[in-house]
Every structure is written in C-alpha cells, then in structure tokens.
Design a protein around this ligand. Structure first.
Ligand code: MTE
Ligand code: HPA
Ligand code: MOS
Length: 749
C-alpha cells in the first residue's frame, strides 16, 4: 500500500495547521521573547504597544488564571517569564492582534529593562558550578575498577557532539477556538495531544474534560513536537479563553529556530579497556548533557543515553554516568534517537581510538564485541533474538565489504588530492518508552451501518506513515477495501490519556490496540454470519464473506447491516499495554525494552583534500525490520533517518555565542543536507528473520534507529582525513564540517 497521504501531499491538498479554515474574527498571537540569556526583569512597559493599531491585548505571567508552569517531567519551566529570564528566546509576553503584521509592529514598542546575570552556555562549566537539572545517574555492570589492571590495552579520550535543529518543514503552531461553557478546542501541531491538554488544564486552571485537542497531521516532528509544541498551544488557548475569541499562531522559521530547543549537545570522557584478543572488558563513560535552562525531556533523554552507552556491544564491566547540566540556552528536547545517538557516538569514538592506537581496522574490534543472545546489558536486560552478528555478516557478505575495502585502499594509494574513507556502523536500539508507564495506547473503531469504518487512535501522523500502517491493520483484519476505512484525526475526546507518538513505538502501541478492537468487532460479525452458515469457519476477503473457504453471496456491507438490525454493537474501544517490560530506577536494573532493532551500515566517502569537502559515495545497509508490513514506507524511514543522521554528523552546526545568542539562526547559516549531500547510492537490504511478537505484525519499529547509521559518516570522513594526514592526532568533535575537516587535513602531526 502506498502512503495514503502521498497524493494529497503532492497536490497540496493535505491539511496542516496553517491550512485550517479560519473562523471569522480569528485573532493572531505573537510571542515576545527575551533578548538576553540570563537576567532579572526590572520592568516591562507595554503601554505604547497596547495602544498600537490593531492590538487586542498583551498577556504576561500575571494574566494566567491557573499555574504559570509547563514543565512536564520537572515543574521548572514557566509559560511566561516571571521576574527572571533564563535563555534568549524565552517568552515574556504574548501579543494578540488583528493580524500578525499588527503584532510585529507592536512588538517593537515593548520596553523591557533587564539587570543582567552571568551566563553559562557550556555543560561542563555548569556541572562544575553544580548547576544540574537533577542528580546524576549511573549504570553499572560488573566492576570496572577491578579489571583495569587485567586489561592489555587501556585508552582514554574525550568527545564532543553538537545539537541539531529539527527543521520540521511545518513550524510550530496552534489554533484555539472557544466552545460552550468555557470549554475549548485547540488544533495543535503536536506529537503529544494529551501533553498539550494536560498543560492547558494546568495553566488555565480548568479540568481536562473541557479541553479538546485535535491533530490532523504534522509536517514533521522528529521529536521537536513531543513536548515543545505545548507552549504555543497553551498560549493561544489562554488568549482564546480570556478574550472569548479564536486565536491562532503559526511561527516564522527564525522565531521557531530561536525560541525552541534542539537535540542535546553532549561532552563526554571515556576509558576503554581491551584484552589482547580485542575483547572490550571494561568501559567507563561520563556524559555531560547540555540540557538548556529547564528540564523539558532532558531527564528521559539522558536516561536513553545511558541505556545506549554500549551500543551493539557486549561489555561485561561498565560504569556509565551522566549529568544533566543546566545552561542559559533554550531547553533542549527530544530528537530522533532521544539521547541514544549521543551515547553511541562515544563508544564508537572509543573503539576508533583503540583501533587507531593499535594500528588496526576499527571494524575488527566492533565485530569482536557484538552482542549475542544471553548477554546482559548494563541495565540488566538479557538480550534475546539478537541480530547484531546476523546483520553484520549479511552486510559484509552481500555488499562485498572486503572488495570495497581493497578498492578504497588502492584508490588512496594512487590518489593524492582525493582520499576515500570507509566505516562500518552497527546499531542496536531499544524499542519502548524508557518510562515503562508510557507504553500503552488505545483505539476506537466505529463500523457505520453502510459498512464504512472510521478509526481513531492516539497515533499522530508526522510523515512517518503511521496512518497508512493503521489503515493496513484495519483493512487486513476486517478483509475490506482501503477505501472503506478512514483514519481520523488524533483527538483527545475520542482517545484519551495518550502517550506522545514517539520512541518509534507509535505503530506498535496504537497498531496493537487497533488490532484488538478490530478483532473484537470481527468476532461479533462472524457470530452474525454463523447464523446462516452454521459452524462454518467464517472469513472475509475483499468485502465478501467466505464460509469454510467457500465464497458466499453475502457481502461485508450486508453482514454489517444485518448485525446492525440485530442491535449488535458496531463500535469498539481497545486498550493495549506492552507486556514483559519493567524497570526499577532505584537499582537501575530491569527489562525496559520490548525488543531491540539491529542493523549494520557500510559508509564510503570521498574527500577532496584541497577543499575539505566530501561526498558520500554509498551507504550499504542490512536492517532488521522483522517482517516489514510496508517496505516502501519503512525504506523511506531508513533513507530519511540516515540522511538526517549524516546531516547531524557533518553539516549541521548549531552555534550559540557566549552570550547565548543563536548565531546559526536561519537556513543561510545553518546548513542541512540537500539532495547533493545525500549519498549517491543507498542500498537497503532487509534481514531475513522471524520478527518479534511484540512488534505489530512482527514488523519492527523503524522510526529512529536508522538515524544512527549516520554516526558512521563521521568516522568514514575521519578515515579519509587519516589517509591524507596519517600521523595527526585528531579530536572527536561532531559535526565534522568541511571547515573542520580542512583544518585537520593540514594539522601538524
Ligand atoms: N519521519 C518523518 N517523515 N517525520 C517525522 O517527524 N519522526 C521520527 C520518526 N520518523 C519523524 C519520522 C521520530 S523522532 C519518531 S519517534 C518516529 O518517527 C515516530 O513515529 P512512529 O512511532 O510511528 O515510528
Ligand atoms: N523515547 C522517546 N520519547 C520519550 C521517551 C523515550 O524513551 N520517554 C519519554 N518520551
Ligand atoms: Mo521521537 S525523538 O521519540 O519523537
């Protein structure tokens, strides 16, 4: 089945937030934000702005009827700055006017007097000054301190990895309309409608049942709308509630880039110990996460960094520690991989450091330490159905790695201006929200008496194709045509208490709930059919009823109508909660993931050693999809994730100056991969496996894992640099932009 949105996307008919037909009298809201990164607010003068043409009102902290608080995990984030500002871009006031233009004119008239305070932008500096979001956490396996002396090789080092702008094509936005009796409907471009509902309730001081959140689809989220779609929705809701009018906001790109958080930059120290036969027997890592000025999702992101600190490798002695450091930057947030990529980057750097010091190919160390069934990870989960070796071997064999390696070596021996680099990147990513209680979902299915079906779940479509997968599940379970099923918007009145569509678990959780609901309905319909075909096994295929595999005259429509006339319930609501998972934070042990996704990529790059620019020649991937239920969509996720990962590792450079001002604040200064920086070839091979019971239809979650293939891009470039400048001592500092590469090419050994 092709993506059900494909045609409307291409024709421009798909409805995004800014395409919603506006009600007459709709007002516009513009956030007014801080221009300093840390200060006391001495005074705010709104007078002339309030008198400006077309301005309805300007809201600040004092206008909030409920709590001025939107912190999801830790209540440390005001909706509007109150008394102090903690980052540039923090919202101080909300201007509401007849048009966006009026609001922008008025914004120029607001006068804020600040008393500036010291600014911290660096994670390690924050940690040294004990400015932490929460106490540090450590995962321990075995005892590293006891084994260092038995290691044949020990290497230490430091890594830096920068953040990443989500750059969803649709910027943040929301549209609130008042309903009767102080209730309200809010269209929000959010991955988490319930999160929005919860915060609107808190800030407005009204019960959740008065608040309806509706989300049709997002023009991309990538984690950036898991929590950070919330403030904008709360702001328009507040304005709408106070003014009794519809109020809308759709952010400009530069405002969005300046005001919202990004992927967390991390700094880390590592120590790795190996035996002579290249088994890694000890690994210590300390992660310094740059959380920004409030917690947002940082505690959960940091947790996943710890979970993935050893990537796809079995290491019997591990000490992984992490600090969530509070800085004067916009609060950083979820981004595809959710801290996992940052954790993996360090172990990969450690292996590369070991390999370079020993003069061997890092792939030899990688392979020697891949996980196998029965291995225990640092958080206590014992791995089963591992596919690490399987994907590795398939990748090496199918794509003839040895020949490729020889070809690269020959190329490098015979070329001076251009050098090639090759890297292998295995991945192992845990599927489930690391917070066990979030792993549940519901589906509501109505069969109308004309036989058409409408499906509501908690899943949010953001381009990843979850609605197509849901449609497949409903049509396949019922045996009916795709045109008979409609996937409705995600709406908190129809499906309540949802977890955000995140952690790559959207299709698994909502799909399983949907399957349960469809099966319950199907059982009832089969019972009705059995009235005519006694004791026969009923099946439905292409909207025709089969009894004992024989085609009958009865259609799906007729069966549904008959059930309706017999007063059989044609609606069902099902609840699914992932079984088997648990986690004890007091011990930092448990079984947090339903299963893991594996894969191996080989990345080849050609580097122009005169200019420092590079091109990716090919990326060959063997990926563990289980039994993919939609190969076109899943391959799209691999391609998109890979390119997004390569962008993070190579071109995308977020720069804040020491005053906490975002310098890379537009697409002129923040480079993302375009079609020319996409690898010339991306080959994806599906690993042949049985799949996993906890994956929907044994089709494993695919959203986030492929981003981590991009890590290999960094190390491929590094190998090309080393081929040109062999004895140089290179730092590990991603992204490896052409500027940094050029400096390294000519760095003195
Ligand atoms: N793909 C597209 N096209 N757009 C997106 O915003 N988000 C990613 C991934 N793939 C995203 C995407 C992220 S961060 C996650 S967690 C998953 O999709 C969420 O969807 P799923 O759970 O249905 O896989
Ligand atoms: N992954 C993604 N998003 C999340 C998670 C997670 O593990 N936990 C909370 N939000
Ligand atoms: Mo994805 S970072 O879990 O929204």
């Amino acid at each position: 089945m092709i993506n059900i949105d494909a045609h409307n996307h291409v024709k421009g008919k798909s409805i995004y937030l800014d395409d919603i037909q506006e009600l007459q009298g709709t007002l516009y809201a513009l956030p007014f934000d801080a221009t300093v990164a840390h200060a006391k607010i001495v005074s705010i003068n709104l007078e002339s702005a309030l008198n400006a043409h077309g301005i309805e009102t300007i809201l600040t902290a004092k206008d909030i009827p409920g709590e001025n608080q939107i912190g999801g995990i830790i209540p440390d984030e005001p909706l509007f700055a109150d008394g102090e500002v903690h980052f540039r871009g923090q919202v101080i006031a909300l201007i509401i006017g007849k048009s966006e233009h009026h609001c922008r004119q008025a914004a120029k008239l607001i006068k804020v007097v600040y008393e500036e305070l010291p600014i911290i932008t660096d994670a390690r500096e924050a940690q040294a000054k004990n400015k932490l979001i929460m106490p540090p956490r450590s995962f321990t396996l075995g005892n590293t301190s006891e084994v260092w002396s038995t290691c044949d090789y020990v290497f230490e080092g430091k890594t830096e990895v920068n953040g990443q702008e989500h750059l969803y094509i649709e910027t943040q936005g929301a549209y609130a309309r008042p309903k009767e009796d102080g209730s309200i409907i809010i269209s929000s471009s959010t991955q988490g409608p319930t999160a929005v509902q919860r915060m609107v309730a808190r800030v407005l001081g009204i019960p959740m049942h008065k608040i309806e959140i509706d989300t049709v689809r997002l023009g991309g989220g990538f984690g950036g709308k898991e929590d950070q779609a919330t403030p904008w929705a709360v702001m328009v809701a507040l304005a709408s509630q106070l003014l009794h009018k519809p109020v809308k906001m759709a952010m400009h790109r530069m405002d969005d880039m300046r005001m919202t958080g990004k992927r967390h930059p991390y700094s880390a120290d590592f120590k790795i110990g190996l035996t002579k036969d290249l088994k890694i027997i000890a690994y210590e890592v300390t992660h310094y996460q740059n959380a920004g000025a409030a917690a947002d999702l940082s505690p959960a992101v940091m947790e996943r960094t710890l979970f993935h600190s050893t990537n796809a490798y079995y290491i019997p002695n591990v000490l992984a520690k992490a600090y969530s450091c509070k800085t004067n930057l916009p609060p950083n947030t979820a981004f595809r991989g959710f801290g996992g990529p940052q954790g993996k980057f360090v172990i990969e750097a450690a292996i590369v450091k070991a390999a370079e010091s020993l003069g061997i190919n890092p792939a030899v160390i990688q392979k020697a330490n891949l996980v196998v069934d029965g291995n225990e990870l640092s958080y206590g989960q014992i791995l089963q159905q591992t596919e690490a070796h399987h994907t590795w071997d398939e990748c090496m064999n199918s794509f003839q790695y040895n020949l490729q390696k020889e070809r690269v070596e020959t190329f490098n021996a015979t070329n001076s201006r251009f050098k090639k680099g090759l890297a292998v990147q295995p991945i192992c990513f845990g599927i489930s929200f690391t917070n066990t209680m979030m792993n549940h979902a519901r589906a509501l299915v109505h069969i109308y008496h004309d036989g058409s079906v409408v499906v509501s779940t908690g899943a949010v479509e953001m381009g990843q194709g979850v609605n197509t997968k849901l449609l497949q599940i409903a049509t396949e379970t019922f045996g009916i045509k795709p045109s008979s099923v409609r996937i409705e918007s995600t709406n908190t009145l129809r499906v309540a208490n949802t977890s955000p569509t995140a952690a790559s678990a959207g299709a698994d959780l909502n799909g399983k709930a949907l399957q349960m609901a469809c099966n319950a309905l199907l059982d009832r319909l089969k019972a009705v059919a059995n009235q005519d075909f006694e004791n026969a096994t009923i099946a439905i295929n292409d909207e025709v009823i089969y009894a004992n595999d024989l085609k009958t005259e009865v259609t799906w429509h007729q069966l549904v109508t008959k059930a309706f006339t017999q007063r059989v319930a044609l609606s069902e609501n099902s609840h699914y909660a992932t079984p088997t998972i648990h986690y004890d934070k007091t011990k930092e042990k448990g079984h947090p993931f339903a299963y893991h996704v594996y894969g191996t990529a080989i990345i080849e790059v050609t580097l122009d050693c005169l200019k420092g620019v590079y091109n990716f020649d090919s990326v060959n991937i063997v990926h563990d999809f289980g039994k993919s239920m939609n190969a076109t969509i899943d391959n799209g996720q691999i391609e998109g994730g890979l390119v997004q990962g390569i962008g993070w590792m190579t071109l995308e450079e977020i720069i804040y100056n020491d005053q906490g001002r975002l310098v890379s604040n537009a697409l002129s200064t923040y480079k993302v991969p375009d079609i020319y920086s996409v690898p010339k070839q991306i080959n994806i091979k599906h690993l042949d496996t049985a799949g996993h019971e906890l994956a929907i239809n044994k089709s494993k979650a695919v959203g986030e894992p492929p981003l981590m293939y991009g890590l290999g891009a960094y190390f491929a470039i590094r190998n090309a640099v080393k081929a040109f400048n062999p004895n140089v001592d290179l730092a590990v500092n991603a992204p490896y932009t052409p500027e940094k590469v050029l400096m390294d090419l000519y760095k003195k050994a």
